[in-house]
Design a protein around this ligand. Structure first.
Ligand SMILES: N[C@@H](CCC(=O)N[C@@H](CS)C(=O)NCC(=O)O)C(=O)O
Length: 206
């Protein structure tokens, strides 16, 4: 059976669990990271030298990097649905996955770490405010993209929605100022109608 190492409150682990839920994939999850340890053991580092979660083992095939894992599982079990078979639609999904990792996450991460994982007296609020403004600019771009489509690549949910969907959940749940982005709000509600998103992603932040 597919094995997944990673704690359930990690945004990167959540991408993989959500993907498994969309594909109805049975899996065994092993707690790892932060208070659970495991990820710094020599055995774990032999699988993933970065000592980060998630890592999977699929019948002996070991893979790390959450978005590579989502792409792998979607291509293996959801070709033509979660992973679009049309090269252009697939590239469109890839584009928004990469955009989330390279543009959204760099600003979301400092906000999350300061406001959720750092005691108030140690927070870098100047960094939080600057990152929030940059994140808001990205969310406005995505809001405009959603004006004419239900999901990232069109009317169908694809793997392209998974990484950015986890970021949208943080945008709506972090204690920050939020501009009124109506298409983004409607998108969040569409994601909330999906059982695996509710189960694995739309949880209190901790
Ligand atoms: N680019 C990697 C980043 C993985 C990553 O940063 N994982 C974090 C959790 S979100 C981690 O393992 N932190 C150390 C820990 O939990 O102990 C991916 O997308 O898989």
């Amino acid at each position: 059976m597919l094995k997944i190492w990673g704690r359930t409150n990690s945004i990167n682990v959540q991408k993989v669990l959500w993907c498994c839920g969309e594909l109805n994939l049975k899996h065994e999850r092993i707690d790892a990271g932060l208070q659970f340890g495991v990820n710094t053991t020599p055995e774990y580092k032999a699988m993933n030298p970065n000592a980060l979660v998630p890592t999977i083992n699929d019948d002996g095939f070991v893979l790390w990097e959450s978005q590579a894992i989502v792409r792998y599982l979607a291509r293996k079990h959801g070709l033509g649905s979660l992973c679009p078979s049309d090269p252009k639609a697939c590239a469109d999904a890839d584009r928004w996955m990469d955009w989330n990792a390279t543009t959204v996450w760099v600003n979301l991460r400092p906000i999350f770490w300061n406001l959720v994982r750092t005691p108030p007296e140690k927070r870098d609020m100047a960094l939080v405010n600057d990152s929030r403004n940059k994140l808001a600019a990205s969310m406005a771009i995505f809001d405009a993209h959603l004006a004419h489509r239900k999901f990232v690549t069109g009317d169908a949910f694809t793997m392209g929605d998974i990484p950015v969907g986890t970021s949208v959940q943080r945008w709506f749940n972090l204690p920050i100022e939020r501009e009124n982005l109506q298409h983004l709000a409607a998108y969040y509600q569409r994601l909330r109608a999906r059982a695996p998103f509710k189960q694995y992603v739309d949880l209190p932040l901790n």
